[in-house]
Design a protein around this ligand. Sequence first.
Ligand code: DQA
Length: 157
Amino acid sequence: MSTSSDSKTIAVLNGPNLNLLGTRQPEIYGRQTLADIEAMCVKHSKSKGFDLRFQQTNIEGELVSMVQEARTCAAVLINAAGYTHTSVALLDALLTVDAPVIEVHLSSPHKREAIRHRSVIAPACTGVIAGFGALSYRLALDAAIALVDGSLGITEG
Ligand code: DQA
């Protein structure tokens, strides 16, 4: 997976079980693999003049460290997967990020079991994009870039 670090880099961080995309409940998450999504994100961000750091881990503490390492990036996209609903440590890490943070989900957690309705990390995120499969990542990249270049005109919300 690619890594780089500067103000023209967007970090895309992925939590547990997303390494299984393609075969994991494809009726919910789609048939694209995480490598497919990475390739799409790299291509899209490059076309907009940004580098991409794309990472995945199944381990909560590693995800916290990835967030800490992404603090120098222009923006952070995070699909925290199951940790979305449980991790105060991840919330605390994300609260230290000054750059825009976009919460991303392939599925729409609000349509699913009640346990998925609460996002513990949402207070640290500028916005949420969910329910569009792999397209959620591209939409989130566009949102992040619009926030970074100021074209959205939103500084708080
Ligand atoms: C997910 C939704 C979460 O509820 C779930 O635990 C995941 C994936 C999504 O992308 O739809 O692992 O974040």
